[in-house]
Structures are given as structure tokens and as C-alpha cells.
Ligand binder design. Sequence first.
Ligand code: 5GP
Length: 128
Amino acid sequence: MPVSGKLPYDNSNIFARILRGELACNKIYENEFAFSFHDIYPQAPIHALVVPKGKYVSFSDFGATATAEEVTGFIRAVALITKKLSMEDSGYRIIANMGQYGHQEVPHLHMHILGGCQLSHRLALTDS
Ligand code: 5GP
């Protein structure tokens, strides 16, 4: 179920637990500001998730309140991961779901990096 991306940060969310090492994940990369792992239910041949190490609920929260160092460290990590996964030549898609309409399920900011095949040209699919 989608959650509100504007709620206060919930320390018990799944990605917070992965960051604390309480839940296992298939790790790809980490730096001082970001942590990346494979999505447990991949929606493409490559489906990586990248989360900031700081406690940010959503893209809006991160964009408005993260330090310049955190923003740079996070974006650098995203770019590095696409290189590490050999996605630069073939291309990829990055998505950050936010709040109910964005269908955000985990209330800790995460970028989805999707690739490994030709993706649909449609971005704004609805269930109806
Ligand atoms: P959202 O809908 O919030 O943008 O995406 C949440 C993503 O987290 C989904 O793609 C879902 O498959 C993934 N996910 C949920 N629980 C886990 C987990 O425990 N481990 C990993 N690796 N991914 C998860």
C-alpha cells in the first residue's frame, strides 16, 4: 500500500532496518552517504535501489533538507552504480516514487534504477 511521503521519519521502515544491518540484502555499493542493493521483486533484468544513509522520507524531504554533501554523495553513488552495473552504454531509467499518487511503499527515499532490457516508453501507467 502506498504511504504518505510527508509523514515524520519512521525508524522501523524496511530500508532503515537494511541500513542498520537488521535485514539482509543483496548489496551493490555503499559510500558515506548512500547504500545500494538489488530490489527483492525486480521489475526489470536489472533493478537496483539506492537509499541515502540519512533519515529522509522522500525525494521532497531530501531535496529540501539534505546537506550539499549528502546530495552530492548520493547522486555520485547513483551514477557510480549505473557504471558498476554496466548500464551506461545501453541506458537505464531512474524513478523515485513519492507519496500516495507516486505509489511510494517504503517511507525512506529510494531511487529505482531499472535497465538490462528495452523499457516501455510509457512512464505514467495507471492500474485502471
Ligand atoms: P516503492 O513502491 O516504495 O517506490 O518501492 C519499494 C521497493 O522496495 C519495491 O520495488 C519492493 O520490491 C522493494 N522492497 C520491499 N521490501 C524489500 C526488501 O525487504 N528488500 C529489498 N531488497 N527490496 C524490498
